[in-house]
Write a protein that binds this ligand. Structure first.
Ligand code: PMP
Length: 416
């Protein structure tokens, strides 16, 4: 991956691009995610979309929020509508520390950098640490947006397998030893410990210390991405990796799933020295995160029962998870397997040998159901027997109907 690759046209459309010779080599890794390509068809009303990961915001108290936004402008307008620091609004950074304390994290607000969603955190962390050809370890499968950032900086992703208890420590160790032997530079482990996207599993608590220890021994930094950690269906909260190893873990957090994704407010909590570089990287990317949005989040946390609100979200998602799991049980043909999430948005399904989920997708959309095929969640083409089903957005009735349609498509596929 270290050599410069010429940028090759990937479709007829690109052949018409008069700027083709000008793009930087790193754009070769930039391809539209399969999910995005599907978005237009999957969002037609007759299609039950189990493909996207949009949070379900129906439980938000819009009247209260509307008043809070008005108050923010009336009372703090000249600050809210002005540039701020790249580091983020100090009061919000203090509140973020209170949110993280729920996961056992003890942090100083100075070590928090506010970002435009945790996606920006992912981009900045990759920018800070990855040269072309560096290796990043990620769970297999992994979050598609993270894979996009790694590709944009020409990092090579090596996937490590998960099971029902999350990332497998023995497989991680084996991969690191092999990569060391091959003389490869591993920059970090990117992991989503809780309610994995797309895997739907959670890293067992007893594995956490082991994984941290392996990473330390091999000199590998840990990037802990935790947007779903407070969305456990029984209110369970797992201890963050960052809570026990503050010097070797960079933690990414977000208000997208616990409050409002459209505000684009997330954060990075990093070891002190890394934090300074992050602020510089953030400055060059955006000057500062939107001040108004930060003040809206800050006021919301200060004046609203945000924990009660998260509970409502949990209940909503639990009802949908239940609908999906019982529909899968009832309708999916023998030979299919799936994970049973106890939080978050996603179920990861493995279909019988011979079925290719990517090839099947157009037929599923014709049958008015959409899903995300597994290959989009791997950097190496694996995943053609897998798919991600999201239960976060549709109603329980639509979820049941969607799974019923999907099962019919799968059955006819297996007959072929
Ligand atoms: N990480 C994971 C695992 C996600 O699922 C998402 C959103 N789907 C993000 C990061 C990005 O979230 P945001 O930028 O909205 O904070």
């Amino acid at each position: 991956m270290t050599e410069q690759h010429p940028v090759k046209p990937r479709s007829g459309h690109h052949n018409l691009d008069p700027h083709l010779d000008r793009y930087a080599a790193r754009t070769a890794g930039m391809t539209a995610s399969e999910i995005r390509a599907l978005f237009a068809v999957a969002s037609r009303p007759e299609v039950v979309s189990l493909a996207g990961g949009m949070p379900n915001l129906a439980a938000l108290p819009l009247d209260t929020l509307s008043a809070q936004v008005g108050q923010t402008i009336a009372e703090d307008g000249l600050v809210a509508l002005q540039y701020g620091s790249a580091h983020g609004v100090p009061a919000l950074r203090e509140q973020i520390c209170e949110v993280m304390a729920l996961e056992g994290i003890s942090a100083h607000p100075d070590d928090v950098v506010v970002t435009v969603g945790s996606q920006m955190g992912l981009d900045m962390v990759t920018r800070l640490f990855c040269d072309p050809g560096d290796v990043v370890i990620a769970e297999g499968p992994s979050y598609v947006g993270a894979l996009g950032s790694f590709a944009a900086y020409q990092a090579q992703v090596v996937h490590v397998a998960m099971d029902d208890e999350g990332l497998q420590p023995a497989a991680l160790k084996e991969a690191l030893v092999r990569l060391e032997k091959d003389g490869r530079r591993v920059k970090f482990l990117y992991t989503i410990p809780n309610f994995h996207n797309p895997g739907g599993v959670t890293l067992a608590v007893r594995r956490r210390a082991e994984i941290l220890e392996i990473c330390r021994t091999h000199g590998v930094l840990v990037i802990e991405d935790n947007p779903y950690g407070l969305l456990g269906f029984d209110g369970q909260i797992y201890p963050a990796l960052r809570s026990t190893d503050p010097d070797n873990v960079v933690y990414l957090g977000s208000f997208s799933k616990t409050f409002a994704s459209g505000l684009r407010v997330g954060w990075v909590l990093a070891p002190h020295a890394v934090r300074e570089k992050l602020v510089l990287a953030a400055e060059s990317a955006t000057l500062c995160p939107p001040t108004l949005n930060q003040l809206i989040v800050s006021r919301y946390l200060a004046t609203h029962d945000w924990k009660g609100q998260i509970k409502k979200f949990q209940e909503n998602y639990r009802e949908r998870r239940d609908a999906m799991l019982s529909a899968l049980e009832q309708y999916l043909p023998a030979g299919c397997e799936w994970t049973r999430p106890d939080g978050g948005f996603y179920v990861w399904v493995t279909v019988p040998e011979g079925v290719d989920t990517k090839a099947m997708l157009p037929r599923a959309v014709t049958a008015r159901v959409a899903y995300a095929s597994g290959t989009g969640f791997y950097a190496d083409g694996f995943g053609s027997r897998q798919m991600r089903l999201s239960y976060c957005y549709p109603t329980p009735e639509r979820i049941t109907e969607g799974v019923r349609r999907l099962a019919a498509v799968l059955e006819s596929e297996m007959d072929l």
